[in-house]
Design a protein around this ligand. Structure first.
Ligand SMILES: [Zn+2]
Ligand SMILES: [Zn+2]
Length: 177
């Protein structure tokens, strides 16, 4: 599977948004924008009003809802809720040296760029590669979501950290038994 496209990278932005730690910091959304500033046109103000922060949280919830959905009907319904928030206006650019497409208007607000990029990136990967590529981490105590880009679709954990933590735990459990 070739994930080396803008849309496939955009799904990582969606996953990061779904896994953002919102409880710890009331300004989590601005911190998230700053940590992912390569996704926004350079002149974009990376600021959000409280109302916009709530909308970013709703987008985060919807990405998670798509990832945890257990049936295709549910995936489609959640994806369409997410896509209803998007304001796609694709354009071509080579700002990084490579000709590629962006999904949101370059002069859109940070929230509009975020929502649109996340909705389009997630939808594109689900439509091309199947919703089973999205999942929730199997590690105990972790409920982060992931997108599985492995060739044989065998991923079960959000990160290498969770994978090795679980391997160690399973080994200890076997030794005890
Ligand atoms: Zn770009
Ligand atoms: Zn995890």
């Amino acid at each position: 599977m070739d994930y080396d496209t803008y849309g496939s990278n955009a799904v990582e932005l969606a996953i990061d948004l779904a896994n953002a730690d919102r409880a710890a910091d009331p300004d989590w959304a601005v911190a998230f924008l700053r940590a992912h500033d390569e996704w926004f046109t350079p002149e974009t103000a990376l600021e959000l009003s409280p109302a916009e922060t709530r909308r970013a949280a709703a987008t985060s919830d919807l990405v998670r809802a798509v990832a945890v959905a257990g049936t295709q009907d549910d995936v489609i319904a959640r994806l369409n809720e997410l896509l209803a928030l998007a304001r796609p206006h694709p354009y071509a650019t080579d700002h990084d040296g490579e000709l590629h497409l962006h999904y949101a208007r370059p002069d859109a607000s940070a929230l509009e760029q975020l929502t649109t990029t996340v909705a389009m990136g997630l939808s594109q990967v689900v439509a091309q590669h199947g919703w089973q590529r999205l999942g929730v981490c199997s590690a105990e105590g972790c409920d982060d979501v992931y997108v599985d880009t492995s060739r044989n679709a065998s991923r079960r954990y959000c990160s290498n950290t969770c994978a090795s933590r679980s391997t160690v735990a399973a080994y200890r459990a076997r030794r005890k038994a």
